[in-house]
Ligand binder design. Structure first.
Ligand SMILES: *[C@@H]1O[C@H](CO)[C@@H](O)[C@H](O)[C@H]1NC(C)=O
Ligand SMILES: *[C@@H]1O[C@H](CO)[C@@H](O)[C@H](O)[C@H]1NC(C)=O
Ligand SMILES: *[C@@H]1O[C@H](CO)[C@@H](O)[C@H](O)[C@H]1NC(C)=O
Ligand SMILES: *[C@@H]1O[C@H](CO)[C@@H](O)[C@H](O)[C@H]1NC(C)=O
Length: 270
């Protein structure tokens, strides 16, 4: 009988796991053994929405329960009893975590918008006449870093990936620059990575590539030969144009004044 039960579990769990899906395309998943206790790793990008599927069972669920364990918070439980059609929340204070729909129709959990504090474990327990089925999710919230590239003194280029989660990885093209990479961890779990590189060679354009689970980015910048200017070329051009225009106006006024004066002079002599 126990072997039969195991087989039923496998049959129940296999299609249930494959029906796993998320809102948006930012979700990744890895499967573990399709046995009564199933653990799934998930990731969700901050400010998107996520749906955690509670596997459906062949036999009717008497009770469906989500146990939510987040860092620095008491564990929250959302339960639905089908015989009494009763919903009960215990210790749940985050109104961004809700049942996806009416739990009698859909026992999935909905998180929207996903916040950095939603990192944690979510377990769906389904109590049936055949026993309990558990599906546990380990949710990792991803935060895309803010990427920038700029020049500092001595032809050094600085590439920064600010407050990403997990830490971004920075690489440079061409390779072979003298680089210093620093990481700074913030209290909210994000990391700022900064890489400063200096090239001795004749390189004029360098590229910084930032790879991150939320997407990769490349930025390039031109190294100034020798001295550094903070002014953009367009601005310099505008200043030159402005100076020329001012000079032109001054000359015009002077010429006009001389002309006017000469006319006056002529009138007086007449
Ligand atoms: C799932 O994770 C729990 C703890 O989080 C662990 O006790 C259990 O053995 C894991 N199960 C599987 C099948 O990996
Ligand atoms: C509610 O929070 C308390 C305090 O953290 C905890 O001991 C208890 O297990 C929680 N209850 C449920 C049902 O999660
Ligand atoms: C995390 O903390 C850093 C530093 O205080 C801040 O710049 C960043 O915006 C925070 N990120 C989130 C997602 O709260
Ligand atoms: C991002 O870059 C990493 C390493 O550079 C690579 O393994 C990964 O496939 C890239 N991802 C995308 C979406 O291009």
């Amino acid at each position: 009988i126990s072997a039969l039960r195991l087989m039923i579990s496998v049959i129940v769990m296999a299609p249930a796991s494959s029906s796993l899906c998320m809102d948006g395309k930012q979700m990744t998943q890895t499967y573990s053994m399709p046995l009564p206790e199933v653990n799934t790793s998930l990731s969700a990008v901050i400010d998107t929405s996520a749906v955690l599927h509670c596997p459906r069972t062949l036999t009717r669920a008497v009770l469906t329960r989500w146990e939510i364990i987040l860092r620095d918070k008491p564990s929250c439980t959302k339960a639905y009893r089908s015989d009494t059609n009763e919903i009960q929340d215990t210790n749940c204070t985050d109104d961004r975590i809700t049942w996806a729909s009416i739990p009698s129709q859909n026992p999935d959990l909905h998180i929207a918008p996903v916040a950095i504090t939603h990192d944690g474990n979510y377990r769906c327990v389904t109590v049936t006449a055949d026993g309990n089925f558990n599906h546990e999710y380990h949710l990792q919230v991803l935060v895309p870093p803010e990427v920038s590239l700029f020049l500092s003194r001595n032809r050094a280029a600085v590439c920064r990936a600010v407050a990403g989660k997990p830490a971004a990885h920075i690489s440079w093209t061409p390779e072979g620059g003298a680089c210093v990479t620093e990481q700074e961890r913030w209290g909210n779990g994000t990391v700022t990575v900064q890489s400063t590189c200096h090239w001795e060679g004749p390189e004029t354009t360098v590229t910084c590539s930032v790879s991150h689970l939320t997407g990769n980015r490349s930025l390039f910048i031109e190294l100034n030969p020798g001295l550094t200017t903070s002014r953009s070329p367009a601005l310099s051009l505008l200043i030159i144009l402005y100076a020329k225009l001012s000079l032109f106006v001054v000359i015009l006024v002077v010429v006009g004044f001389v002309f006017f004066w000469e006319i006056n002079d002529c009138r007086e002599t007449l």
